[in-house]
Design a protein around this ligand. Structure first.
Ligand code: NZQ
Ligand code: ZN
Length: 390
């Protein structure tokens, strides 16, 4: 392990079937007004909303509701939330939902008292809030597993008018103060969302794994998480109410993107850059934008990082390397990835998400090119990969 890094993570987690019992105590640390933010209504149908409201009332909180957070939250919704957070005098933003709602809460937390255009400053220009900025605390109750937003500073906002979907990784001040993780809360997810989340986790792991050549403990941790994900995802697809499998996956997702695995890693993230550009134009489900482009991407870039791809094929997918070249082993690893993707049933073609010859250039325009993986893509290579993904 050769790099230098800083590591700390301030998010307190409550995990398990009875984790909601800790919410009452946790809420005592915050002032009286809670901005309760959630999505399109799934929490009302599955009963989570009633549980949360009951605990908030028990804690004597004044509840201000901010509902209707859409998947891939928009800049317009961000502005609406910032205004409400400020005018209502919110002391805590409590996000109940998946990555979209939690990312959104983080955006609102920095935008509420920011005297400027939050989209322009934090997302487009990637600036950090000033040292003396007033940032509202965020808490989360997770209902959809995949993004890792429950324990990181990531916040992804979409601007449809500009054709851009941009993630900002905020510092510790914006990371959730606490997150409640109850695997049972994820049972009501439609299969499409569940498996999109599984692929999002795998993608986060691969994006961090496929970079650098040194022997790094982070990569061994990463391989273990990939193996756990593969095993539990296959069980969960068979039986979505397999608590043990869903609970392993929830914990894996958190560790996949909570700042640990990236230690001393430059990290790739090009699958996410292409996936987000597709999302900006099509509004497709995040995990599926990643699954649609991953196979052409990895089949192409593996030639630039063969030793790592060969190691991954053997340790994660159990490929037998005897008598084979690194290239053959790597190829078999990616074939095994494809077989797993087919088993869990994720989208393999971006045309299914709305990608076509007519929008391929607009998508390519929105792809941020990063130099941190095994190969820096050119714009032409991006277009080629998107075309192959169709
Ligand atoms: O809006 P509701 O009605 O709640 O429905 C949601 C939504 O339609 C539904 N859902 C969530 N929990 C449910 C449920 N339905 C039934 N039962 C439940 N228990 O699922 C749908 C998708 O939810 P969403 O929050 O959009 O999914 P996800 O967690 O995948 O979040 C996606 C967003 O996170 C960003 C993505 O770009 C995207 O905008 N990301 C955030 C990251 C981060 N913070 O670090 C990193 C990721 O790479 C990702 O980019
Ligand atoms: Zn992701």
């Amino acid at each position: 392990m050769l790099g230098n890094f800083k590591y700390s993570n301030p998010t307190r987690l409550y995990f398990g079937d009875e984790s909601m019992q800790f919410l009452l105590e946790e809420l005592k640390a915050y002032g009286p007004t809670v901005l309760l933010t959630y999505g399109g209504g799934s929490i009302k149908r599955n009963g989570i909303y009633d549980q949360v409201v009951q605990i908030l009332q028990q804690a004597g909180k004044r509840i201000v509701e901010l509902s209707g957070v859409m998947p891939n939250p928009t800049v317009e919704k961000l502005r609406e939330g910032a205004e409400l957070a400020r005018t209502s005098g919110a002391d805590l933003i409590l996000a109940v939902g998946g990555g979209s709602t939690i990312d959104y809460a983080k955006g609102v937390s920095v935008a509420a008292y920011f005297d400027g255009d939050a989209w322009e400053t934090f997302y487009k220009q990637q600036q950090n809030p000033a040292a003396d900025a007033r940032i509202l605390p965020v808490g989360a109750i997770l209902t959809m597993v995949g993004t890792g937003s429950e324990m990181n500073g990531g916040s992804v906002i979409t601007n449809h008018a500009e054709g851009l979907k941009i993630g900002k990784v905020f510092d510790e001040r914006v990371m959730p103060r606490f997150s409640v993780l109850n695997p049972r809360f994820t049972f009501s997810l439609p299969k499409y969302q569940m498996t999109a989340g599984f692929f999002d986790i795998m993608s986060h792991l691969m994006e961090q794994y496929f970079s650098n050549d040194d022997d790094n403990t982070s990569d061994y941790l990463n391989e273990g998480l990939m193996r756990s994900l593969i095993s539990s995802s296959l069980r969960a697809v068979e039986n979505p109410e397999d608590y043990e499998a869903r609970s392993n996956i929830m914990w894996t997702a958190t560790w996949a993107l909570n700042t640990l695995l990236k230690c001393a890693k430059t990290q790739d993230w090009m699958v996410h850059m292409i996936g987000q550009a597709i999302g900006a134009i099509t509004d497709a489900t995040h995990g599926m934008t990643l699954s649609a482009v991953s196979l052409p991407y990895y089949r192409y870039v593996s030639q630039f990082g063969l030793p790592k791809f060969a190691r991954w094929a053997q340790t994660v997918w159990g490929v037998n390397g005897e008598g084979k070249t690194q290239e053959q082993i790597a190829r078999e690893g990616i074939d095994a990835l494809e077989a797993w993707m087919r088993q869990i049933g994720v989208v393999l073609h971006s045309a299914e998400l709305g990608v076509s010859e007519s929008n391929i250039e607009a998508i390519a325009n929105g792809v941020i090119l990063l130099p941190t993986g095994y190969h820096m893509l050119s714009r032409e290579e991006v277009v080629q990969i998107i075309r192959q993904s169709m």
